[in-house]
Ligand binder design. Structure first.
Ligand code: C2E
Ligand code: CA
Ligand code: CA
Length: 824
């Protein structure tokens, strides 16, 4: 349901119901009012007519009385002699009668009837006489004769309603009769009164009201009314009179009856005897006024509803619906991505608030959409364009360079030794370094626009991060190669400033490969490949330098790929061998142990040193297979030597940090010991500081587990990383191996000697034994002896040896130092 309609459904009843209630009450009031009024009119008419009738009657009776006491009438009645009576007295009586008629024109007849019923003196209005001279048999005479009544009145109710009144005339003849004689009946006086006024009165007073008024006998036999009284109506009226005669005492009694399914209010008055006045009003008539009002009321109600509806619609439209429509429209627009849609819903407080919130939301949405958009095309760490954006920008620049026939350079940058920093100092520091590095390149590019070009507006977007420590710089609109080399040099120079990250300070160099459009390649893919190759070449050339792409570089890359697949074969086909470099106790000069060092017996190239393939093995993950082999093989050899009688020694095995990341080293060591049956105390694992400093806590647990097995742990190349001695305390390490770089410098640099001595002292304080690596000369040895170093490993005693050579060395040494060996 639409909001409009819902609102109407709620509001309309609230308005209509009271109106209907008021209307209903008003109707009720009006109806009652008009009923009361109609009934009142009816009653007063009845009363009026009744009074008139009774007055007429009283008047007639008074006149009869007057006539009866008239001397001439009396004289006439007393005269017994018929001749005298008629001859002398009758004319005066008739005259008297005529006089009465003149006074009362509706007295149609005035008569004198003898006691035997003979009508003797008679006056009638012109054209009226209808009578019979002998009235001996008439009802009135009989009634008067046989009752005590002195007067009788009769009504004749037809077209001409008549009232007939009769009165005895009893008089004493004073002349002949004594005081005690009874008055003698001398005759009867009769008057016939025309009641035409009655018809008029009934007609006048009730026709306009649509009422019926009638004078009738209670049995319905006679009746006159203001309209034609059909027998059926007479019957109903008669019935009413009979039924209600008990209630007739009450003047204003009225009732409701129905004739032919029409209702009437009815009321009656007794006139006299069995004669009644009845009046009737159709109920519909009474209702009419109320109905008139009610139709007016309905009209008003409907008008009010209509007006209210229109008003509500208007108000709703302007205050609710319209703003809501605007809101939904705006939301739709937002949904369609038009995020700068703004809303203004007018000045009302709520809508103002809503508008503000909506606009705030759209602003935020727009911002986050922009952010999302930005993130999709930018690297979240450095906020530089990402690979996708780089490709887009490069393709644009390429298209433009093609159009304008310009030269463009693509620089491929890779941080030198980033992996070491990441491994040693953790990813957090690594990330911060990448950020600073990115910022430094960007500012370097922006600082001077000597890139050769006028248009440097897109400077920032020229730098992208492809991932890891790989960055690119696109240099459009170049004159020649030199422009590109200037930029590369500037970047390399910028790296000469120290990076300060958290508490660390270090120098980072970068190797840059440069590919030129259109000289080296024409499309993105080609340019990226060339720049990548050039970058590898820069790395091979000792890092911290830049190289332009040259066709010949491809060969190097091809070699690397070849190398990679060869290393696979090497591991598979067991082309790897182990050499062992002895370690000697510095004090006793006795044999302490060996370090197992891997070599690659290349079928064509001969023996390849580990530095040429370990990094490749680590990068490709082949180190996992390789490391496993070295560990197992070292344990096997050591066991074999122990069985040959080489006693009390340790075999040290190098374990790469990659292995800790990706292998269960604990399990591997356990398996190697189990398989070779070598006692754990014969084995030492050499790990780098990066293993300790890796953010992963699991490494610590692994080391603890290994230690628990009885295997020793040595920190290799100590001093090249960034760990401190106090940091080492957290780990179950047994031995420190001071890096060869320190030993080499110990001859020349007194500070280095101080450092070495300090390391040894502190290591001893931490209950660590110290191995000095790369000891080549007597003087170095002397210094180490004086510094209280524990063991030495280096060319001074021996280079890494094949197994056979090592066993020879062992025999010889043992002979020298301990006067013999057990080896057979
Ligand atoms: P490292 O662990 O520091 O091994 C010692 C290296 O120093 C060996 O080089 C050894 O020949 C050399 N060295 C020892 N004494 C002297 C000396 O007096 N003068 C000079 N100039 N050098 C000396 P190598 O065998 O070429 O091994 C190089 C590196 O290769 C090793 O350095 C180690 O990091 C890695 N490596 C060797 N074998 C393995 C292996 O099995 N697994 C792993 N993960 N890395 C290995
Ligand atoms: Ca080592
Ligand atoms: Ca070492």
């Amino acid at each position: 349901m639409k909001l409009n309609n819902k609102f109407i459904c709620i509001v309309l009843p609230l308005i209509i119901l009271p109106i209907l209630l008021v209307g209903f009450n008003a109707y009720q009031y009006l109806y009652q009012n008009s009923k009361t009024k109609a009934l009142f009119v009816m009653h007063s008419q009845l009363d009026h007519v009744q009074q008139q009738l009774l007055q007429e009657l009283r008047l007639v009776q008074a006149n009869l009385q007057l006539l009866a006491s008239d001397t001439q009438v009396q004289q006439y009645a007393l005269t017994e002699d018929e001749y005298n009576r008629i001859g002398i007295y009758q004319p005066a009586v008739l005259k008297r009668f005529h006089k009465y008629h003149l006074a009362h024109p509706n007295y149609l007849e005035i008569r004198f009837v003898l006691p035997d019923g003979f009508q003797e003196s008679y006056w009638s209005a012109p054209l009226h006489y209808q009578g019979d001279k002998d009235e001996a048999q008439s009802v009135w005479l009989k009634t008067l004769k046989h009752s005590n009544l002195k007067t009788i009145k009769e009504l004749y109710l037809d077209q001409q309603p008549l009232l007939k009144a009769y009165q005895e005339l009893r008089i004493k003849n004073q002349a002949t009769e004594g005081y005690h004689d009874e008055k003698q009946l001398r005759g009867y006086l009769a008057v016939t009164v025309q009641l035409n006024w009655l018809l008029e009165a009934m007609k006048d007073r009730s026709s306009e009201q649509g009422q019926l008024m009638a004078l009738m006998h209670s049995n319905g036999s006679q009746a006159v009314g203001n309209s034609k009284l059909e027998p059926k109506i007479r019957q109903v009226l008669a019935q009413y009179i009979t039924d209600s005669s008990a209630a007739l005492n009450s003047q204003h009694a009225s009732a409701e009856i129905s004739i032919d399914q029409e209702s009437y209010f009815i009321s009656s008055r007794k006139v006299w005897g069995e004669y009644f006045l009845v009046a009737m009003i159709p109920k519909a008539q009474v209702n009419m006024a109320a109905q008139k009002l009610s139709s007016g009321l309905i009209f008003i109600t409907l008008s009010v509803i209509a007006i209210t509806l229109i008003l509500i619609m208007l108000v709703l439209r302007n205050t609710v619906v319209k703003p809501l429509q605007l809101l939904s429209l705006a939301s739709k627009k937002i949904g369609e991505g038009q995020l700068d849609t703004k809303l203004n819903l007018g000045t009302s407080f709520e809508f103002k608030e809503l508008s503000t919130s909506f606009n705030l939301m759209s602003d935020k949405l727009k911002k986050s959409a922009q952010e999302i958009q930005f993130m999709a095309y930018h690297d979240s760490l450095t906020r530089l364009p990402n690979r996708r954006m780089f490709q887009y920008l490069l393709s644009n620049n390429l298209a433009s360079a093609k159009r304008k026939k310009e030269t463009l350079a693509l620089l491929f940058l890779d941080l030198d030794n980033f992996k070491t920093i990441n491994d040693d100092l953790g990813h957090e520091v690594g990330d911060l370094l990448l950020k600073s590095f990115a910022a430094r390149i960007s500012t370097t590019l922006r600082e001077e626009d000597t890139i050769g070009k006028d248009d440097v507006t897109q400077d920032l977007d020229l730098v992208s991060r492809l991932g890891g420590d790989e960055f690119t710089v696109v240099l459009p609109h170049l004159h020649n190669h030199v422009d590109a080399s200037v930029v590369a040099q500037r970047i390399i120079k910028a790296m000469q400033t120290v990076f300060k990250i958290e508490n660390h300070q270090f120098y980072v160099s970068t190797s840059i490969g440069i590919a030129m459009y259109p000289a080296d390649a024409l499309d993105i893919e080609g340019l990226v490949k060339c720049a990548d190759i050039a970058m590898y070449n820069a790395k091979n050339a000792g890092r911290n330098t830049y190289k332009f792409y040259m066709q010949s570089m491809n060969v190097a890359i091809i070699n690397r790929v070849k190398h990679e697949s060869e290393l696979h074969t090497a591991i598979e086909k067991k082309q790897l061998i182990l050499h062992f470099q002895p370690q000697v106790n510095i004090q006793s000069k006795g044999f302490y142990g060996v370090e197992a060092l891997v070599r690659w017996m290349h079928p064509q190239r001969g023996l390849i040193p580990p530095n040429d393939f370990i990094t490749l093995a680590e990068e490709t993950g082949m180190i996992l297979e390789l490391g496993k082999w070295v560990l197992f093989e070292s344990c096997r050899k050591a066991k074999a030597w122990a069985e040959l009688g080489v006693s009390n020694f340790k075999v040290s095995v190098n374990v790469s940090s990659v292995q800790f990341q990706r292998q269960d080293v604990t399990k591997l060591v356990a398996q190697a010991l189990q398989e070779s049956q070598l006692a754990a105390e014969f084995l030492t694992l050499e790990i780098t500081e990066s293993v300790l400093m890796s953010a992963e806590d699991s490494n610590r647990q692994t080391l603890l587990d290994i230690k628990k097995m009885g295997v020793s742990l040595a920190i290799d190349d100590f001093g090249t990383g960034y760990s401190s001695l106090s940091f080492l305390r957290q780990f179950p390490v047994d031995t420190l191996k001071i890096d060869r770089a320190f030993i080499v410098q110990s001859n020349r640099e007194p500070e280095v000697r101080a450092i070495i001595s300090a390391i040894i002292t502190m290591a001893h304080a931490l209950k660590l034994t110290v191995v000095a690596e790369g000891v080549e000369s007597e003087s170095e040895l002397e210094f180490l002896i004086s510094s209280d170093c524990d063991y030495v490993q280096g060319y001074y005693y021996s280079k890494p040896l094949s197994e056979d050579k090592f066993l020879e060395f062992y025999k010889k040494e043992m002979v020298n130092t301990q006067g013999g060996s057990n080896i057979q």
